[in-house]
Design a binder for this molecule. Sequence first.
Ligand code: PLP
Length: 396
Amino acid sequence: MVQSFNPIVRTLMGPGPSDVNPRVLQAMAKPTIGHLDPEFIRLMDEIKSLLQLTFKTGNELTIPVSAPGSAGMETCFVNLVEPGDKVIVCENGVFGGRMAENVTRLGGQVVQVEQDWGRAVDPDQLEVALKSHPDAKFVAFVHAETSTGALSDANTLCRLAIEHNCLTIVDCVTSLAGCEVDIDGWGVDATYSGTQKCLSCAPGLSPISLSPKAVDVIKNRKTPVNSWFLDLNLVMGYWGQGQKRAYHHTAPVNSLYGLHEALVILHEEGLEASWRRHEVNHLALRSGLEALGLEFIVPEGERLHQLNTVTIPAGVDEAVVRSQLLQRFNLEIGAGLGSLAGKVWRIGLMGYASNPKNVLFCVNALEAVLAENSAKINLGVATRAVQVAYQLSQNG
Ligand SMILES: *Cc1c(COP(=O)(O)O)cnc(C)c1O
């Protein structure tokens, strides 16, 4: 007989999905109602307002796309970029590479600003590209590069793009709710995020926000948007404010209950408080990992608080360690991606999972498994280092 699926309860400390708040799971288990039900329309309006607060934007076109973060990325590119458009893409990891791939597939022209993996995007290099390509129409970059753990200076990069009359497309999948995101303050024209990173919601939705300038670009396209499902002209018939909602696709009703609850939880805590919590737990995890002898690959000042990328001790099989953590401790941490595969671990402290209990648990579980694998690490000092870091944060 086929039986019900009962997943093991894990602690998710990889690059996403992160642990989902039990309140979100409960919200998702509530009865399904119609996607054009007036009660559901009311929920949609609330989700839009909560997303505007979260992105710090007044953009009317702020909605969740009914698909994961990659679909949010594709929504921004497919609606904005037309064949022949020149797009400066800053690439410092896997997700910047996907942006370039989107542009190429749309017939756009990519101008690559390449950066070493593990580093933030260099504003000087962007400026050079902007000066040598005055006909560029867009600048695209990833705010929080989850493949490496690097945080770029979105404010400075956007300011440069604006000075050179470019619209900005910014990936905020991992940054939203985990560190400062200020869409209007920075002048971002198109952004997308995901539900399963620092929003601690189930995977499968992608909040996006487009500025009035970006909407103008979409309305004045010479060619139709090359996707029916993601065409925002059509999607807005369903999500548009004050409009008579018309059927476009069946919204993922229960997933949207979950997103609503995740946003309620976030704003109960407060945006700034959430950013600060991610910072405090990052500092404690960092102390613990460094006490063990692991090294961060991203220089200080460019590090994400929600994703910690560290080197693997010599002679250790990184996949064996991850599998032992999973089997024995039900703890998931992430492997390296792309050119960092096999070379690093990526330890997430995202959303609900960013808490002192997880920091201590992860540091201790890693210590135990590494010791068993005869890794050359410092034993017996990591827990104390974590405690001291928390004391410092409390006093500071
Ligand atoms: C996770 C992630 C994505 C893709 O999101 P999916 O939900 O996996 O499709 C895009 N960009 C960044 C920076 C991410 O971390």
